[in-house]
Design a protein around this ligand. Structure first.
Ligand SMILES: [Zn+2]
Length: 86
């Protein structure tokens, strides 16, 4: 006969506290991300928002500079498709 496992209130609280602790953790980390939402292009100095720039090896590149860098460092950054007939 299988034993019925009931979670005690104490255990529930324990789990809840664990959850809260994790939440606080991500909150602290999320704050940092919020701060870095805006960045400055390392090459042209243009201010860019999240989604408008790309972080490559710690360098912030705006879309334009990223494209330019792609042409320059094609082999280095991503040589996924070598033959691209445009
Ligand atoms: Zn740029």
């Amino acid at each position: 006969m299988p034993e019925e496992v009931k979670e005690s209130a104490e255990k529930r609280r324990e789990r809840w506290m664990e959850r809260e602790a994790k939440k606080a953790d991500t909150k602290a980390g999320g704050r940092k991300a919020e701060l870095s939402e805006r960045a400055k292009c390392d090459i042209c100095g243009k201010e860019v928002e999240e989604g408008e720039y790309i972080n490559i090896r710690g360098k912030i590149l705006c879309a334009e500079c990223y494209e330019a860098s792609l042409e320059n460092e094609m082999a280095d950054i991503g040589a996924a498709d070598g033959t691209g007939a445009g």
